[in-house]
Design a protein around this ligand. Structure first.
Ligand code: GDP
Length: 417
């Protein structure tokens, strides 16, 4: 069953094409008819989602994201940012090596009757179609904000556009939908390997900190990233800074032995910031290239967890912070990402378990909700099962049960589009 099957069943029943049209004089139809169905969505600005590692706001504030109170809080926080902190974060960002992003579209130029005087309009049938789409996307575990964005983009792309010939409408809707989904994933992608290489030109060890909720795959991801770097000829130290979860320390140590990395650990219940510090000191002493810090993720005590993570961050001062989200957790993964982002300001996400029957909503919503890209994806339990996340490949796979992948065009995307 495809990602969009429910919505597409409903789109197929649009046999009376006139039910979503009105007859009016057309304004000039652009030469490139694809443009008639396009709208530029505005990416979320950096400061809308950004906060500082040193923020002392309580976790509850994240639930007030869009209301006036949080608006004021955010403005106040922005004004009070210390210059030094700002500078270090800016410096780190500049070091992330951008990766040209590819987008997906369906060419519909040949389908549109430019002389048609009929336009797609917001008829009850059109509204019903949009509400089917809304249910479909929510059922696919997409977050509400991302679903709203898709619906707004769909309306803007379709309403007022020339009505195609009977039989072509479905394709026009596909094209608008793929454009809307594609723009959700359009944030600044950066390349993991190139970023590590570039950072290493200035100093070693490069410090990478992984954060996320227990069970999402943090420890496994730490092992996969280490394996990837060891395969590239780098020496890696793993810091077992999840001193809380039973078994996490031994699990990481076992991985390290198998991969050919070193593991620095303490007793269960030890000070995780001290473990991170010891791992960095040890890497400096032995000239290792990379330190990867695995952290705790118990969400039942969020405030303490965030304080602990902030301490680890302060002590370790990582070059890269990655949030690990579980694709199977769907919308929960999106909410977790927003929570961590509001406290920890990570640089990118790793989406684990993409090989499972995850419904795709988390991948589609995380970048939109946090304005940070999914950089890597876990696609299995083996050490090699870690891939660069490429939005156009992901969308192609997600939609290939519903649409003919041969009709997809892969285009280079300007991130600021
Ligand atoms: P942590 O508590 O966040 O450190 O989570 P773990 O690393 O212990 O992973 C929890 C479970 O998810 C383990 O059984 C892992 O093997 C599994 N896991 C992690 N990543 C993936 C993945 O990409 N695909 C699949 N299928 N399983 C994964």
């Amino acid at each position: 069953m495809g990602f969009l099957s429910r919505f597409r069943r409903s789109a197929k029943t649009l046999d009376d094409i006139g039910s979503i049209a009105s007859e009016e004089d057309l304004t000039i139809v652009p030469e490139n008819v694809n443009e008639a169905y396009e709208v530029k969505t505005s990416p979320i600005s950096e400061h809308e989602v950004e906060s500082e590692w040193e923020s002392t706001e309580m976790i509850d504030s994240i639930h007030l994201d869009r209301d006036k109170k949080s608006q004021k809080l955010m403005e106040r926080k922005q004004q009070s940012q210390k210059i030094t902190k700002k500078a270090s974060i800016e410096k780190r960002r500049l070091k992330l090596v951008p990766r040209p992003s590819q987008g997906l579209s369906i060419d519909i130029d040949h389908l549109v009757d430019k002389k048609s005087r009929r336009k797609i309009s917001a008829t009850p049938t059109f509204a019903k179609l949009m509400s089917e789409l809304e249910i479909t996307l929510l059922e696919a575990d997409m977050g509400h904000a991302a679903v709203d964005e898709v619906l707004t983009a769909m309306r803007a792309r379709l309403i007022g556009a020339p009505l195609p010939k009977k039989g072509d409408l479905e394709r026009i809707i596909d094209s608008a939908l793929i454009g809307a989904l594609d723009s959700l994933l359009r944030v600044s992608y950066w390349d993991f390997d190139q970023t590590v290489q570039s950072l290493m030109k200035d100093e070693i060890p490069i410090i990478i900190m992984l954060v996320g909720v227990n069970g999402t795959g943090k420890t496994t991801t730490a092992a996969k990233i280490s394996h990837r770097l060891v395969q590239e000829g780098l020496s890696v130290v793993l810091a077992a800074a999840d001193t809380f979860r039973a078994g996490a320390i031994d699990q990481l140590n076992d991985h390290a032995e198998r991969i050919g990395a070193r593991c620095i650990r303490s007793q269960r219940g030890g000070d995780s910031a001290a473990v991170a510090r010891d791992a960095i000191d040890s890497a400096v002493a032995k000239g290792d290239d990379v330190v990867i810090i695995d952290t705790a993720g118990r969400m039942q005590n969020k405030t303490n967890l965030m304080q602990e993570l902030k301490k680890v961050h302060r002590v370790a001062s990582p070059h890269i912070v990655l949030f690990v989200g579980d694709a199977l957790a769907g919308n929960d993964a999106v909410e977790q990402a927003k929570t961590f982002q509001s406290f920890l300001n990570f640089d990118g996400a790793v989406l684990s378990k993409l090989d499972t029957d995850a419904r795709g909503g988390a991948a589609l919503s995380i970048a939109h909700a946090t304005n940070k890209p999914i950089v890597l994806a876990g696609v299995g339990q083996g050490y090699d099962d870690l891939i660069d996340f490429e939005p156009s490949n992901f969308l192609t796979q997600l939609l290939s049960d519903d649409m003919d992948p041969m009709s997809f065009t892969i285009v280079a995307r300007d991130q600021n589009e």
